[in-house]
Ligand binder design. Structure first.
Ligand code: NZQ
Ligand code: ZN
Length: 391
């Protein structure tokens, strides 16, 4: 195991009706003038926004509203949010929605107290300072409710890039699984896929002897395998929703990623797809992961064979572990298809003729060195072959 630090200071408030405590928690963390940031309208339709507003009003906290965050959130609305926060002297940003809304909130929080262009952070500058952020989560997926990360797409060039820093870790996150019951099945499945990807990206490591984190990841993958189909079958299954919601947080606050190298090639390869086609991030991952894993499998066949036996129940073939490794990747692929995820470029809405463009932005965009690095280093030729495997 490698040396590490672990810092996860978010105050989690989990369970039914907890959104009604939003005002108390904003107050606890020093907010007096709040930006309530939300998405395309699901929180208006469900009545959640009204409940949150009422909770702030009860505590005498004033607020301004900014809706309209799109999935794969854009830089344009972030600039708008920064202007609004400066003009209104906002001192707390409250995200009500999914990963996109939370990420947009984090970008606004960092950009408001920064002299330069907020995009500097998405070009690699670490976020050291930000307005405090709180979240009320409505979809289990991105894990942004417990992460120090934010992913934004810059409209010019459609660059989708991430920024990071402890300053944007949410001060509190309210997780009421019942709020996720209104999700369309496709969004639930995309969320499940993203959570599983966060687990796989950590499982694929070059660090030896990481038993505790291996076992944590396997437990969470087994949970997703059990609970995923239950919420697709019955969207109102509160207990299954609850297990998935907490697994989503655990999968991405890095408690199961410490002390080991991690992969993230699948995420990087997918981000170009959701940037270009505006597909759901999880749907893109469903198509990306099996291709990437098949391509890199030989780098460490036993790691793939291990997850195949421990999570997917495959028989270990000791004479040819590659057979087991492949069966595990196939089991993952079939699982994702069974919950309604796309299986190839066509079902995702991606186009073969765009592959050179995807590869170029992936490997060379924003000053990248002609390759991406993770479990293995992938150059332009490798990435071209991987995208072709998704056809
Ligand atoms: O915009 P509204 O109307 O709210 O609708 C949303 C949106 O259309 C809808 N939705 C959310 N909760 C709902 C609901 N509809 C009905 N009932 C509810 N309870 O679902 C759609 C997707 O929402 P979005 O916020 O985009 O989903 P998700 O949480 O998957 O976030 C995706 C974004 O997070 C990034 C992705 O790249 C993508 O941009 N990621 C962020 C990470 C991080 N910050 O740590 C890590 C991830 O790997 C990921 O890259
Ligand atoms: Zn993800």
């Amino acid at each position: 195991m490698q040396n590490f630090t672990f810092y996860s200071p978010t105050y989690f408030v989990f369970g039914k009706d907890t959104e009604n405590q939003a005002g108390e928690y904003v107050k606890k963390f020093g907010g007096s003038k709040v930006l309530i940031h939300y998405g395309g309208g699901s929180v208006v339709k469900s009545g959640l926004l009204d409940r949150v507003k009422a909770s702030l009003e009860k505590e005498g906290i004033s607020y301004v509203l900014l809706g309209g965050v799109k999935p794969n959130p854009r830089s344009g609305l972030v600039y708008e949010g920064i202007e609004l926060c400066k003009k209104e002297n906002v001192d707390f940003v409250l995200a009500v929605g999914g990963g996109s809304t939370i990420d947009s909130s984090k970008a606004i929080a960092a950009g408001t107290v920064y002299e330069g262009d907020f995009w500097d952070f998405y070009m690699g500058k670490r976020i050291e300072e930000a307005l405090p952020v709180g979240t009320i989560l409505t979809i289990a997926a991105a894990g942004s409710e417990g992460s120090p990360d934010s992913v934004i797409t810059k409209e010019e060039g459609m660059f989708k890039r991430g920024a990071s820093g402890d300053a944007i870790r949410p001060k509190f996150s309210i997780l009421n699984p019942a709020l996720t019951q209104t999700l369309p099945a496709y969004q639930s499945a995309a969320g499940i896929t993203d959570i599983m990807a966060h687990l796989y990206e950590r499982y694929l490591t070059n660090t030896a002897e990481v038993e505790v984190t291996d076992r944590l990841i396997e437990a969470l993958l087994l949970t997703m395998k059990h609970e995923g189909p239950r919420v697709i079958e019955d969207p109102n299954n509160y207990e299954a929703r609850a297990n998935i919601m907490w697994a989503g947080m655990m999968a991405h606050n890095n408690s199961c990623g410490v002390g080991r190298t991690q992969d993230w090639n699948s995420h990087n390869i997918e981000h170009e797809l959701s940037a270009l086609y505006d597909c759901a991030h999880g749907a893109g991952l469903a198509v990306t992961m099996p291709a990437v894993f098949t391509y890199v499998m030989k780098h460490d066949v036993m790691r793939f064979a291990q997850v195949a036996t421990r999570v997917w129940g495959c028989q270990m073939d000791f004479t040819n572990p590659e057979v087991t490794a492949k069966a595990g990747i196939e089991a993952l692929r079939n699982f994702l298809i069974s919950i309604g995820m796309p299986r190839n470029f066509e079902e995702l809405g991606a186009k073969k003729e765009d592959i050179p463009k995807l590869v170029d932005v992936l490997c060379n965009g924003d000053g990248r060195p002609g390759s991406i690095s993770g479990f293995v280093t992938l150059n332009e030729d490798d990435c071209t072959k991987i995208y072709e495997m998704m056809l």
